[in-house]
Design a protein around this ligand. Structure first.
Ligand code: PLP
Length: 392
């Protein structure tokens, strides 16, 4: 029997939950009608779309009319930013952070280059924390939109979204948050605490729905110009025949996320904490990156000084079929240190030896035991081979 995979890369993507797969299956087979068609055969897909809309709305404390289905988190981020530039006439500034996902950073870059938009980037301290005073100074009457991620994909840091949204509104700017990493891991209630969030992005594949489906939450009456124009789908807010099966899967994943949010913040968090404490106790010169007080319950970003994160990953796979990441999934494959850790000003000896381990509700005690067993000899061995290891 082949050795099972220990999957600790849930911030890169997640497995599709069995319930999600089951819910989707009929819409890939017998219920294939276009939900916009008028005959009764289209009734089931049309009703399924609305059920999924309700499930996502319920998870977020939103109303179904505020949920727009998209193709991914990146599309939702693009839609929010590009819309703000169109609807906030005369305002030529965007404010975001230097630790956003490339879906935001490269869209801002594009808007700067091709639309002449001025972008301000909030900096972070060595723990990856933002400074609200800097935000207060940078958000002005010129700002069309403030976009700050709910939680960081690499460190798991959670940002003060309520305060930032209030600052944006005080200056007449719209507020968007990329909540792709936060969903299902921490509660998000747009009807109570987060009433000043105008737009929010989600992606199905980060919470046990399939890849290639996402959500843009748009608060009722928030000014919006569609990014994808064409047909009348999604109440004219996003053209394109709906990806019914995946949307159904995303709806079911939202229902499951609501059901498991407590477990995420207790059992999963306890596993992450045990992993963190075990590694710090057994591996010298290790350090946790991020804000330990405001962090996703599933994420551990840890650096082992003097060695390469990629070498650690290769050996983790060889020894125990462990999947993890040495930074953002999107930068794996290139040896460029992560922009997030660089923004935090990490020493280069630490920068290169960083590993991100991200858990899910499918992570077991046994998974954590195995990593705690194999990691210390891997680190020792790599340090023995490293010229920096000998120096250190
Ligand atoms: N935003 C964040 C914070 C992410 O982590 C990711 C994916 O890694 C995205 C956006 C992009 O989502 P998608 O892969 O659905 O385009």
């Amino acid at each position: 029997m082949s050795q099972p995979i220990i999957y600790l890369d849930n911030n890169a993507t997640t497995c599709v939950a069995p319930e999600v797969f089951q819910a989707m299956a009929p819409f890939l087979q017998q219920e294939y009608a276009n939900p916009s068609s008028v005959y009764p055969f289209a009734g089931a897909p049309a009703a399924a779309l609305e059920k999924a809309r309700g499930q996502v709305a319920s998870l977020l404390g939103a109303t179904p009319g505020e949920i727009v289905f998209t193709s991914c988190g990146s599309e939702s981020d693009n839609a929010a930013l590009r819309s703000a530039i169109k609807t906030q006439a005369g305002r030529r500034n965007l404010v975001t952070t230097c630790v956003e996902h490339p879906a935001i950073l490269n869209t801002c870059r594009d808007l700067a280059e091709y639309a002449g938009i001025h972008v301000d980037y909030l900096s972070v301290d060595s723990h990856g924390r933002l400074d609200l005073d800097e935000a207060r100074a940078l958000i002005t009457e010129e700002t069309a939109m403030v976009s700050v991620m709910f939680a960081n994909n690499e460190t798991g840091n959670i940002y003060p979204i309520r305060e930032l949204a209030r600052l944006a509104h005080q200056r007449g700017a719209l507020f968007h948050t990329d909540a792709v990493q936060a969903i299902g891991k921490v509660p998000i209630d747009l009807s109570k605490e987060l009433t000043e969030v105008d737009f929010l992005s989600l992606s199905g594949h980060k919470f046990h729905a399939p890849k290639g489906v996402g959500v843009l939450y748009r608060r009722s009456f928030a000014p919006f110009a569609p990014y994808l124009t064409g047909g009348h789908q999604e109440h004219m807010l996003r053209a394109g025949t709906e990806n019914v099966a995946s949307i159904v899967g995303l709806g079911e994943a939202a229902r499951l996320a609501q059901e498991h949010i407590q477990e995420e913040n207790t059992r999963v968090k306890a596993l992450r904490d045990r992993l963190q404490e075990g590694l710090l106790a057994t591996c010298p010169d290790a350090m946790v990156n991020g804000d330990l007080e405001h962090r996703l319950p599933n994420t551990l970003n840890i650096c082992f000084k003097y060695i390469e994160g990629e070498s650690i990953l290769l050996r983790l796979w060889d020894r125990a079929r462990v999947c993890a990441s040495s930074g953002s999934a999107c930068t794996t494959g290139s040896l460029e240190p992560s922009h997030v850790l660089r923004a935090m000003g990490l020493d280069y000896k630490a920068l290169h030896g960083t590993v991100r381990l991200s858990l899910s509700r499918y992570t077991t005690d046994q998974d954590i035991d195995t990593v705690l067993e194999v990691m210390p000899p891997i680190i020792r061995n790599l340090r023995d081979l490293s010229p920096f290891g000998r120096e250190g």
